[in-house]
Design a binder for this molecule. Structure first.
Ligand SMILES: *Cc1c(COP(=O)(O)O)cnc(C)c1O
Length: 368
């Protein structure tokens, strides 16, 4: 038998979550963000499933990610969220018919010096207050006017304002309100189409829904909000990180388990050894008590995560044995769900890092 660890990717759940985004923002075009290999889920397969659910376009982080999608036969528009990294990329942006963000003057000058056969689709990035990428409002207006006048290089009907929120996940955020007000002012001054809503804004900030939105992590079933999902909204986990018990230890009280003996048994205990570790992307920061599903029932992590294995206390599960199913996050075959977000809170991180962190040695298995 092969090592039992797999990442099952439920494409039906992915399509469901995409439809949730569409229903929340029915008058917007909702670009599906599938950068970082679709947040670790496998970009080509996810793109096909999302297209079936109606996704009209995709967002990625680099030309390489876009090339992989074109090679897989994806024909929808693909936006380079950070634009080009070097002027030499423009020829392939044109050849592959990609859309690009322009966030810096060097990108703008490279674009205006380029002679495409047909005008290219360009989204100009406004720094509305996150201070990561883009132009300040005053600088933005000047750049916008240059692009709008560059009919040879720029498809003027496709020109959009794009901006990104730093705090859309926090219910009462002053920073969010300030960013949104800045975006509205620039939008109203130029009368331009905008794309600003990420997953938290798609879920909880309907005022920001616009010509385009760009949800990412919610499509994979993770809740990015700092509170519960809005009433009536339910997301299905797309990835199930699934393994099995490969050994069971029967121990007396006060025995150490794993590296450094961080965990010690409180009483006579049974400890299950799971084939999954940080060498697979399971976070070594997971504390004792991090939940794991064994045969669909919660069991606490007991001891430090090793490279290829981790240990769980199964003293309360007398039927658990070698071969029992273990779910690190996702849905067990009994139907119990353990959300990646809950696991993340025990690792002092967020669902995004756990999902994108599943390493290549874990086989992805796509389920329709
Ligand atoms: C990753 C990303 C998104 C999607 O963000 P989520 O929080 O995953 O919805 C949207 N826009 C940009 C520019 C991004 O980099």
């Amino acid at each position: 038998m092969a090592r039992p660890l797999v990442a099952d990717i439920d494409l039906k759940a992915l399509r469901h979550n995409y439809r949730v985004a569409s229903e929340l923002a029915p008058t917007s075009a909702n670009m599906a963000v599938i950068k970082a290999d679709a947040y670790g889920h496998g970009a080509a397969n996810c793109a096909r499933a999302l297209a079936e659910a109606g996704a009209p376009a995709f967002g990625v982080a680099s030309l390489e990610e876009a090339i992989a999608l074109r090679d897989a036969g994806i024909s929808q528009p693909i936006l380079l969220l950070e634009g080009i990294f070097d002027a030499g990329e423009l020829a392939r942006v044109e050849m592959l018919d990609l859309w690009q963000v322009v966030h810096s003057d060097w990108q703008l000058e490279a674009l205006l010096a380029y002679r495409p056969a047909r005008p290219l689709t360009v989204w100009l990035k406004l720094d509305s207050g996150m201070h990561r990428l883009g132009f300040t409002p005053e600088a933005f207006v000047v750049r916008w006017e240059r692009l709008a006048a560059a009919g040879t290089q720029v498809a003027t009907e496709g020109l959009h304002l794009i901006s990104h929120f730093a705090s859309a996940d926090q219910a009462r955020s002053v920073q969010f309100a300030a960013q949104w007000s800045t975006i509205e002012q620039v939008r109203d001054r130029l009368g331009c189409r905008i794309c600003v809503a990420n997953s938290p804004a798609t879920l909880a900030r309907p005022a920001t829904h616009a010509a385009w939105n760009r949800p990412g992590v919610m499509l994979y079933g993770s809740n990015p909000l700092d509170g519960a999902l809005p009433v009536g909204v339910s997301l299905d986990p797309v990835m199930t990180l699934r393994s099995r018990l490969i050994a069971v230890q029967t121990l007396e009280a006060d025995e150490p388990v794993g590296y450094g003996g961080r965990f010690r048994t409180a009483g006579p205990s049974r400890i299950g050894i799971v084939a999954a570790g940080y060498g697979d992307g399971y976070d070594r920061h997971a504390v004792d008590g991090t939940p794991v599903l064994v045969d669909g029932v919660r069991a606490p992590l007991a001891g430090r995560v090793s490279m290829d294995m981790l240990t769980v206390d199964i003293s309360h599960l007398p039927a658990a044995k070698v071969g029992s199913e273990v779910v690190l996050w996702g849905r067990s075959s009994t139907g119990s769900v353990l959300s990646v977000d809950e696991v993340a809170t025990h690792c002092d991180t967020i669902g995004y890092t756990l999902l994108t962190g599943v390493l290549p040695r874990v086989p992805r298995r796509f389920l329709e």
